[in-house]
Design a protein around this ligand. Structure first.
Ligand SMILES: Cc1cc2nc3c(=O)[nH]c(=O)nc-3n(C[C@H](O)[C@H](O)[C@H](O)COP(=O)(O)OP(=O)(O)OC[C@H]3O[C@@H](n4cnc5c(N)ncnc54)[C@H](O)[C@@H]3O)c2cc1C
Length: 352
């Protein structure tokens, strides 16, 4: 084998695993992002760091550089139910940051003993005796390497998951985000529910004088639904104007226990590739960190059956994600949502 471990994808999950693996391993890491600048692949994301991710930073003994932060830092999410016209403010302790800079920074922390290939697209993973053959395109050239273990850290559209587990499908929505010049007098975060438009939800964020509006929609008619929602929100005081840029990507939406797939036969899935994303908030960075941390401990400890150990050690994480599925079902059910919002529990009233 050329390598002990091949990591496909260096988002928060892959970059964290690459950083935590011990130097005795021969590791290759392939990522379609470039190593600097804003050209090439950029992950569409809200760029909000939840408390669970902040906890990972404590465990990793890492501090977030301030040049990754964006302005302003906001302490609540305005939640709108367009079916009942209820509006509530819920306290949140998110950190508002630039997602692309964050990903590049995480990549920069990968130690030199890992063979990192930037701007490289992995094309296929094929089983060979004792491991896998990995085919990728680097500098317009097709190359092949072999590795004992393959880690799919390649996100929602995971090629590793699609190639190795073609029958394992998870519900996916199209996430659409548009960036506008921020014109609201007081910038805010929002979370918007309207079951007539989507059975998921929409959101808005303010970042460095930009107003970002996004939503997750069923694939059929996603663009029309997005525009419809914008029109409705204009009547609720949202200011859009002309979009500066539009981003689209798939976002997975786990709904059942079997939607989580951690891999087998020397393949491991981590982060969103494994289905690890909160169905109730689409927060996924903490699960990317957690799954990478768990896998690094198993591989570093040279467990006898690492696939079995990874399955067992991620049980708690999967149970937590199951609770988010239940929470999402409650929040996207109009009657239950109405009862919660009407109760005003945890709501903080604006006095001005
Ligand atoms: C619109 C939107 C908003 C979101 N907002 C938030 C938020 O505010 N906070 C939060 O915590 N979570 C948010 N999430 C979820 C979060 O973005 C993901 O859960 C998280 O990025 C998962 O990390 P990951 O490393 O598993 O995958 P990714 O971040 O998707 O990283 C995968 C990496 O793999 C690489 N890659 C993919 N395919 C290949 C290939 N074939 N060859 C080589 N490289 C490849 C890409 O370069 C990519 O960087 C949001 C998701 C969406 C869609």
């Amino acid at each position: 084998m050329d390598y002990d471990i091949a990591i496909i994808g260096l988002g928060p999950a892959g970059a964290t695993l690459a950083r935590l693996l011990k130097s005795e391993f021969k590791v290759v890491a392939l990522d379609k992002k470039q190593d600097c600048g804003s050209d090439g692949f950029n992950k569409p994301c809200g760029g909000l760091l939840a408390t669970d991710s902040q906890r990972s930073f404590i465990r990793f003994n890492l501090n977030l550089p301030t040049d990754i932060l964006t302005d302003p830092q906001i302490f609540s999410v305005k939640t709108l139910d367009l079916q009942t016209n209820l509006i509530r403010n819920y306290q949140r302790t998110y950190i508002n940051f630039n997602r692309h800079k964050f990903d590049l920074w995480l990549k920069s922390l990968i130690p030199n003993h890992v063979d990192v290939k930037h701007n490289t697209l992995c094309k296929s993973i094929e089983r060979i005796i004792d491991g896998y053959q990995v085919t990728f395109i680097e500098n317009n050239q097709q190359k092949v390497i072999t590795a004992k273990y393959v880690v799919g850290a390649d996100g929602a559209d995971s090629m590793v998951r699609r190639m190795r587990y073609p029958t394992h499908t998870i519900r996916q929505y199209i996430a659409i985000q548009q960036w506008f010049t921020e014109k609201h007098p007081v910038p805010f975060y929002s979370c918007i529910f309207d079951n007539n438009i989507t059975n998921c939800y929409a959101w808005s964020i303010s970042k460095d004088n930009h107003f970002i509006f996004g939503g997750a929609f069923p694939k059929k008619g996603a663009n029309e639904k997005f525009e419809q929602l914008k029109q409705k929100l204009e009547q609720n005081g949202f200011i859009f104007g002309s979009p500066i840029k539009t981003e689209k990507c798939h976002v997975i939406y786990p709904q059942r226990w079997r939607d989580f797939h951690v891999g087998n036969e020397q393949i491991f899935l981590i982060g969103e590739a494994a289905g690890f994303i909160s169905a109730s908030s689409l927060e996924g960075i903490s699960y990317a960190f957690d799954s990478a941390e768990i896998l690094s401990q198993i591989l570093n400890g040279e467990a006898k059956n690492p696939n079995k150990a990874y399955y067992q050690k991620t049980l708690k994480l999967r149970l937590k994600l199951l609770s988010k599925i239940i929470k999402a079902k409650i929040l996207t059910t109009p009657l239950l949502r109405k009862i919660i919002m009407k109760s005003k529990v945890a709501h903080i009233e604006n006095i001005k």
